[in-house]
Ligand binder design. Structure first.
Ligand SMILES: Cc1cc2nc3c(=O)[nH]c(=O)nc-3n(C[C@H](O)[C@H](O)[C@H](O)COP(=O)(O)OP(=O)(O)OC[C@H]3O[C@@H](n4cnc5c(N)ncnc54)[C@H](O)[C@@H]3O)c2cc1C
Length: 387
């Protein structure tokens, strides 16, 4: 077989990026996305405003936040609207939940924060009411939402049904004129004109934007009616042990490399923090962890919000597995290790000492929280922190 032949799957959708549409080519590493360290501690160059012209038209983006931030999927929905908007179109974000992100950097021109809503509380009737009010206020040409199972997919479908709006779900490809989704269990590729409500599948859009929005905060007063008590009875979310979650789905991962010698202490830390366990290939090859814990090019690709790398150098094959993690924290004796370029925070310290200090601090914080006292703010490990 000739390895030089690049196979293109004609049914693979286009990805919308700031440079236009891009077809994924099989054989390209990481969906063709070049690894960069934009998430690291480096300052990004100042980006221009997308448009400063007066807006005559709006695109609305609605998404739930998670602990004050939009997740990657929601950012992609926002980026989709910003990339499709012309100079006379403003992008308005409706954030269901507390919103502390940089709206301008994410592409929003105006945003409304609705802190009364929380993705962990199920109140679909009240959310539909709020979204309907926003659509009435801004009369957007289209509404973009991430099609996820954590609130937005449900809200988008409910809104479209209530408003009798046209809708496309699990959209994997879109441009100014059309959207496309897989149909018939993936055996067909269905395309249609851009509907009123676009529910985007994950990774249909490259969320990196070459511009910023105006990022103006709007008050919800006068636009969104005050939330009433939902008619739905919410039984709440059942918490589960992070160690039971598949690594690919874990939101918090602690990962051990060759620089970790006391595995028992490391596992105690993971249990204390409630984090899933990952490992570098060297740690797995040494027999310290089972192969299913390996993260990287020949292991698993993870998307945790927080990834703590203990004694991991940050070889390119390892970085490939953590490219979608939001916050990477490295603990390493060597401040110049490659992981430090990818990390948002590097702690230049010995792993064993840091693991002990963190375990003590986490246990103390848990205990004081259980006693109703305030959480311990500082751990001894903070002394060795380098930005
Ligand atoms: C085809 C191929 C595929 C691969 N796939 C993968 C993969 O999927 N996943 C993967 O991880 N690797 C993979 N590798 C291996 C990869 O190239 C690296 O060799 C590996 O990731 C290194 O693991 P490490 O960082 O744990 O170990 P090392 O490279 O030995 O680094 C250890 C780090 O720990 C630090 N350290 C040491 N002692 C301490 C201490 N006491 N306190 C604090 N820090 C300390 C050191 O400064 C160093 O930075 C692959 C390689 C190839 C060729």
């Amino acid at each position: 077989m000739n390895d030089n032949i690049k196979r293109i799957d004609p049914r693979r959708p286009f990805i919308i990026t700031a440079d236009g549409l891009k077809r994924i080519t099989l054989g390209e590493v990481g969906n063709g996305v070049v690894l960069d360290f934009a998430h690291g501690g480096h300052k990004e160059a100042t980006k221009p405003r997308r448009t400063t012209a007066p807006a005559t038209r709006a695109l609305l983006v609605a998404a739930h936040t998670d602990r004050g931030a939009l997740d990657d999927h929601a950012r992609q929905a926002l980026a989709a609207a910003a990339l499709l908007a012309d100079d006379a179109t403003e992008v308005v974000l409706i954030a269901f939940g507390e919103f502390k992100d940089d709206a301008a950097a994410l592409g929003a021109d105006r945003f409304i924060e609705l802190p009364a809503f929380d993705r962990r509380n199920y109140a679909p009737d009240e959310e539909v009411r709020a979204l309907t009010a926003c659509v009435s206020a801004f009369t957007p040409a289209h509404v973009f939402m991430p099609d996820n199972a954590t609130g937005d997919g449900d809200l988008g479908r409910r809104y479209a049904a209530r408003a009798d709006a046209s809708i496309a779900t699990q959209v994997v490809e879109l441009d100014h004129a059309h959207v496309a989704s897989y149909a018939h269990a993936g055996r067909a590729f269905a395309s249609r004109a851009l509907p009123d409500v676009v529910l985007l599948a994950a990774n249909a859009v490259d969320a990196k934007l070459p511009f910023v929005g105006a990022g103006e905060a709007l008050s919800a007063d006068g636009i969104v009616p005050a939330a009433k008590v939902s008619a739905y009875v919410d039984l709440g979310i059942e918490e589960m042990d992070a160690a039971q979650v598949a690594l690919e789905e874990a939101d918090f991962i602690v990962s051990a490399g060759n620089g970790v010698s006391d595995i028992a202490a490391f596992e105690t830390l993971a249990a204390t923090l409630g984090a899933a366990i990952g490992a570098s290939r060297v740690a797995v090859d040494d027999g310290k962890f089972t192969r299913d814990k390996q993260i990287g090019a020949t292991g698993k690709t993870v998307e945790a919000s927080v990834y703590i790398a203990f004694g991991i150098s940050g070889a390119v094959q390892h970085l490939q597995g953590i490219k979608d993690c939001r916050h990477v924290i490295a603990v390493n004796l060597d401040a110049s290790a490659p992981i430090a370029k990818r990390a948002n925070l590097t702690i230049v310290a010995d792993t064993q000492e840091t693991i002990r200090a963190l375990t003590d601090a986490a246990a103390a914080a848990r205990a004081s929280r259980a006693n109703g006292a305030s959480i311990v703010q500082s751990a001894p490990v903070a002394e060795g922190v380098a930005a």
